[in-house]
Design a binder for this molecule. Structure first.
Ligand code: URA
Length: 243
């Protein structure tokens, strides 16, 4: 939803509507990096980055975003009927109800985003928005060019052809290979099934990135809130595809 810039500034608690108009006319306000002096300018609070004197302004909302370094052996669900540990059990001190964005298998470790922002969940998980997820996989045997080509071309799985992956070899060992895979789909056990299909089952799997979000600053089992740069990225993602 678009609102007038001066209304945004007053809702963000920067100044009254009148005083906000003065800020705009004085050239102290930028929208997505461009100085705006036009009073009628409309902005999208969900996606535009609005700064006054170089400081980002936000209308307070109830959304929270958490990055968790999920360990192996933990379920990506909110509750388990068998009372096995879930990712929510690792979020000590969080009162808000958040849900995982997509899922990692029990045996996969790595980056998991949790939020109460349904719109963002949709943007990250729907293949249409092509948010790339990066995985590091250790697979059985030696991966060669033919295998990479097959993964990059798309693999026919029982639920259809996979979109082309980007793959590179990180290290070859005697009996295994470590590869990096980048995909933007999130089908069930997709990476495992892709590697099975080329005859190189996965020994271990870790997700290192979701778009520009990474494991930076996290040890296994730890969580953190997004930093300002990551929040800006989220804002931009939310703005994509909306008017
Ligand atoms: N692909 C898989 O096979 N497993 C995961 O946990 C994530 C992607």
């Amino acid at each position: 939803m678009q609102i007038r810039l001066q209304k945004f500034l007053s809702q963000a608690g920067i100044a009254s509507r009148r005083a906000s108009e003065t800020l705009i006319l004085d050239g102290r306000v930028t929208v997505n990096g461009i100085t705006v002096k036009e009073l009628g300018t409309k902005v999208n609070p969900e996606s535009d980055i609005i700064e006054v004197d170089g400081k980002i302004c936000n209308i307070k909302d109830d959304y929270i975003y958490i990055l968790l370094y999920k360990p192996k052996g933990i379920l990506t669900s909110v509750k388990d009927p068998f009372k096995r540990p879930t990712v929510i059990d690792l979020l000590k001190g969080i009162k808000e109800k958040v849900v995982p964005v997509g899922r990692l298998d029990k045996d996969t470790e790595g980056l998991l985003l949790l939020t109460n922002d349904g719109d963002l969940t949709y943007k990250i998980t729907h293949p249409r928005f092509e948010v790339v997820k990066t995985y590091i996989a250790r697979v059985e045997g030696t991966i060669d060019e033919k295998d990479i080509k097959a993964l990059e071309k798309g693999i026919m799985l029982e639920d259809g052809l996979t979109s082309p992956a980007k793959v590179r070899i990180i290290k070859k060992f005697d009996k295994s290979t470590v590869i990096e895979l980048k995909i933007h789909e999130g089908r069930k056990r997709q990476v495992r099934r892709m590697c099975d299909a080329i005859g190189h089952p996965i020994i271990s799997l870790k997700r290192t990135q979701i778009g520009r979000l990474s494991l930076k600053g996290l040890k296994v089992g730890q969580w953190r809130y997004l930093n300002q740069e990551e929040m800006n990225y989220i804002k931009r993602l939310k703005g994509e595809g909306s008017d």
